[in-house]
Design a binder for this molecule. Structure first.
Ligand code: BEZ
Length: 212
């Protein structure tokens, strides 16, 4: 198993999930995807994460992103745990959770980091574009729950920069000014970004969000 890097093709798989047997590529269709692993069912941080993911489903859907979660527990365990998540997090889990008992998907995506834990998956995140290319990877330890606002923020950035010659600065949020791609000279940028280009340095140019 090789480490997956940005720009690599996300490996396809067919797996048992809490919503039956699914093929990953068929499930994604032409959508963006987010595949995220968690260490184990019936654990507190994971319970809050999956509840939060369920509550964010509308926001992911607005961005044409389909979610799939994963742990190395079985489908029967997932089914029981989902009842707890729904009850305690006041939501309905509304996306599939892979039951990766044989660790096939975990191995494919390098989600088990033996020096952290030899058996459980870490908190990996893969954001995948409609061409099935990996656009973001994140790895958090078991003790730290992920920030789902950050996942939405990075999807907004990825989708904006896929279509416009811009990049997004530190702590950027949707609708805020963006950075003109360094490859574009300022005079050319002024023709492209008709809302205005603010040149702070020749290599640091800001422009209003072209989609806002
Ligand atoms: C948790 O989800 O709370 C958790 C899982 C594994 C280790 C530590 C915490």
């Amino acid at each position: 198993m090789a480490t997956l890097r940005l720009g690599d093709t996300a490996p396809d798989f067919t797996a048992v999930t809490s919503e039956g047997t699914l093929n990953f590529y068929e499930y994604l269709g032409d959508s963006w995807g987010i595949l995220f692993s968690h260490p184990a069912d019936f654990t507190p941080v994971c319970t809050t994460e999956l509840g939060t993911a369920a509550k964010f489903k509308d926001e992911f859907e607005k961005r044409n992103v389909k979610m799939m979660a994963l742990s190395v527990d079985g489908a029967a365990s997932h089914a029981e745990w989902i009842k707890d998540i729904n009850e305690t997090q006041n939501t309905e889990v509304n996306f599939p959770i892979v039951a990766d008992v044989e660790r096939k998907v975990s191995d494919l995506y390098d989600m088990i980091h033996p020096n952290a834990d030899s058996t459980l998956t870490v908190r990996s995140v893969f954001i995948i574009d409609p061409d099935k290319k990996i656009k973001l990877t994140l790895t958090y330890p078991a003790s730290t729950g992920r920030n789902f606002y950050e996942l939405l923020r990075v999807i907004d950035s990825l989708q904006l920069t896929a279509n416009h010659k811009v990049a997004t600065p530190a702590n950027w949020k949707n609708g805020e000014k963006v950075v003109v791609s360094p490859a574009i000279p300022t005079e050319e940028a002024k023709g492209i970004f008709t809302k205005g280009v603010e040149e702070i340095k020749p290599y640091l140019r800001l422009t209003p969000d072209p989609t806002a």
